[in-house]
Every structure is written in C-alpha cells, then in structure tokens.
Design a protein around this ligand. Structure first.
Ligand code: UDP
Length: 332
C-alpha cells in the first residue's frame, strides 16, 4: 500500500482525513507548517514534519527516507476575501508552491495525488446544481489558483503518468462527532464557526451578513454545506481508487446537493445552541457568487461516496459540540 503524505494534515479538514486514514490502517506522514493547524489535532502515531510543504530540500529528504506512494495535498491558502486583496500570495503558495511539491512527487515516483480543490473553481453558476461539466470561470484568485493546479495535474498525468483525483469541496463544515477535533483558526472568517464563536464570546460579538441583495429567496448567499467527516471519507475513497489503478485523473464535486442561505444557517445555529446569534446586515464580500450547490452524482457513482451526515442540523450540532468544549481551540 505504501505510505501516504498529507500536506496540511494538521489543519481542519486535513486532521479529519489523517484520523480516517489511520483508522483504515495506513501509515501517514504529515507535512504542515502549523500556520493554522495544530499538532494536537494529530493521532500520536503520525509523524509530523513541521515545514512548509513547498520546501524542496525537506521534501527530498522525506521522499528519500520514506516509502511514500501517494500524496494528499491539502496545504493551501483558502480565504476568498484575502485572495482578492492579495492575489500574489495566493499564486505563490497555491500554484508555485504546489508545483514544487508536484516536481518532488514526480521525481520520487509517487503514483497518485489527491488534491484538495474547491467549488470556487466554477465561479457564478450558469446552471444548478453544478456538476463537473459546468464551465470553470472563477470569480476570485483562490478559485483561480486551485483550478490552475488542477490543470497542471491533468497535463502532468498526460505527460508523466502521475495519476490524480481533484476533490472540489463545496462548504466544508462541522466537526468530528467525538468532539475532539474541529475547526479553529486564529482569525476566523467562516460563517458557521464565526456564529458559534460569537455566541461563546458573548453579547457584544456581532457577525456580519455579507450581502442581503443577492438574487436568492431571502437575498443572502446560498451554499451547500458538507460535513468534514464526509469529506474525509471521500479522500479515503479517492486514495483507494488510485491505489487500485482504476483512476487516471478526474475532478469530483463533494456536496450534499442542498443549498442554505446565510439567514437559514443563522436560524439553525440559533436552534441548535438555543441562543440567537447577533448579526448585522453588511455589504457583499468581494468574490462571492450568489449560489453554489453541488451535484455530487459523479463522486457517488465513480468513487462510491455517500455522505453519512448530510443535514445542516448534524453539521451545526457537531460543530457546536467541538466549539463548546474547545472555546480556545486546541489551547483549551
Ligand atoms: N458569510 C457571512 N458572514 C460571515 C462569514 C461568511 O455572511 O461572517 C457568508 C459568505 O459571504 C458566504 C457564506 O457566508 O456567502 C459562506 O462563507 P464562508 O466564508 O463560510 O465560506 P466560503 O463560501 O467563503 O468558502
């Protein structure tokens, strides 16, 4: 089976993937600079290399001494708003950095890569739900950089036979039902953790609702929230498909196929926590498409992926369990 390298494995989604990989009996090595992630998010038996994922010397050393046959590439910058104001940093990290990793993987005979991609590769939808044949016209540099690397993967596959699966997540959310790993960033920008942390922080915290004049039922953005544990499982399926040789190179959507508006999420947070989050209407956030809802039929058919925690209620409940017990994240 060989070993699996997970870049960004100490991060929010990465740590859920690592846990699942260990449960399936795999040997996992994580490379993470801990800019967001935490060592405490990792199972004890997993080696953590604390380094930037694009550090070529570290990668060569790692590939040289371990039997790494597959890479799950999670490490990236992933904030839509920041990518609009600072595209240079996004291109450097997500494209230039990822190409360094790809070069190292190629030279060290890695067989396959699972890549963390995004619904932001599509841009404003011209049809809903969005399937993988939908045009890709990103409305922000974040989506643009992810798409650029998907394309690089496709050309590398053609030329060098390095196989890949790109997983285009819709809105990752929720936390492990055990309540011991979850989402925590130094500067939180995401809707659900912001609302939950706002409730824990008390009365004075007000969460902005970015845009109330979108062409949606209540004027706020609609997103397809997908549970992080279901995302993690999809990576295990993708890895298996690569290991079994049944996958040359393909992109898959991961979502539940149901959209919720920002106001509906606020209501669900109120229902689950029993406390009404404080919000205020605010201008639109740059780069946000009005609606993103997935068709994940291809992942179901080709990867055998089936979400186990598909409801917004389960997503918010598990997130709340984590946040309530870890009000300061892994420092709690
Ligand atoms: N959003 C919001 N207020 C916030 C954070 C997010 O209204 O404080 C909105 C955001 O504009 C988007 C949706 O919630 O429409 C989900 O945003 P998030 O940042 O959670 O994920 P993204 O879609 O950027 O991956």
């Amino acid at each position: 089976m060989g070993e699996v390298l997970v870049t960004g494995g100490a991060g929010y989604i990465g740590s859920h993937i690592v846990r699942r990989l260990v449960e399936t009996g795999r040997t996992v090595v994580v490379i993470d600079n801990l800019s967001e992630g935490s060592e405490k998010a990792l199972p004890g038996e997993v080696e953590l290399v604390r380094s930037d994922f694009a550090d070529r010397a570290r990668l060569d050393e790692l590939f040289g001494k371990r039997e790494i046959r597959h890479v799950i590439h999670m490490a990236a910058l992933a904030l839509v708003g920041d990518s609009v104001s600072d595209p240079a940093t996004y291109y450097r990290q997500n494209v230039v950095g990822s190409l360094a990793l790809l070069e190292a993987a190629r030279e060290h005979q890695v067989e396959g890569i699972v890549f963390s991609s995004t619904a932001a590769t599509y841009g404003n939808p011209v049809s809903l739900p969005i399937d993988e044949e939908h045009p890709t016209r990103p409305t922000n540099p974040y989506g643009e950089t992810k798409l650029a690397f998907e394309r690089a993967l496709s050309w590398y596959r053609n030329a060098y036979g390095l196989r890949y699966v790109a997983l285009r997540y819709f809105n990752a959310a929720g936390a492990h039902p055990d309540g011991d790993i979850g989402e925590f960033r130094r500067r939180e920008t995401h809707l659900i953790p912001r609302l939950l942390r706002g409730i824990l922080a008390g009365e004075e915290t007000v969460v902005p609702i970015f845009g109330t004049d979108y062409p949606t039922t209540d004027g706020t953005c609609v997103r397809d929230y997908v549970h992080v544990v279901d995302l993690a499982e999809a990576h295990v399926h993708a890895l298996r498909a690569l290991e079994q040789g049944g996958m040359e190179g393909e992109s898959f959507n991961l979502g539940n196929g149901e959209g919720f508006s920002v106001r509906e999420v606020v209501d669900m947070v109120g229902k689950v926590t029993g406390r009404r989050p404080k919000t205020e209407d605010a201008p639109r956030r740059a780069g946000d498409p009005p609606i993103l809802v997935a068709s994940a039929a291809r992942a179901r058919e080709r990867l055998g992926w089936q979400p186990r925690l598909p409801t917004l209620g389960e997503i918010v409940q598990t997130a709340w369990k984590w946040h309530e017990s870890h009000p300061r994240g892994y420092e709690s």
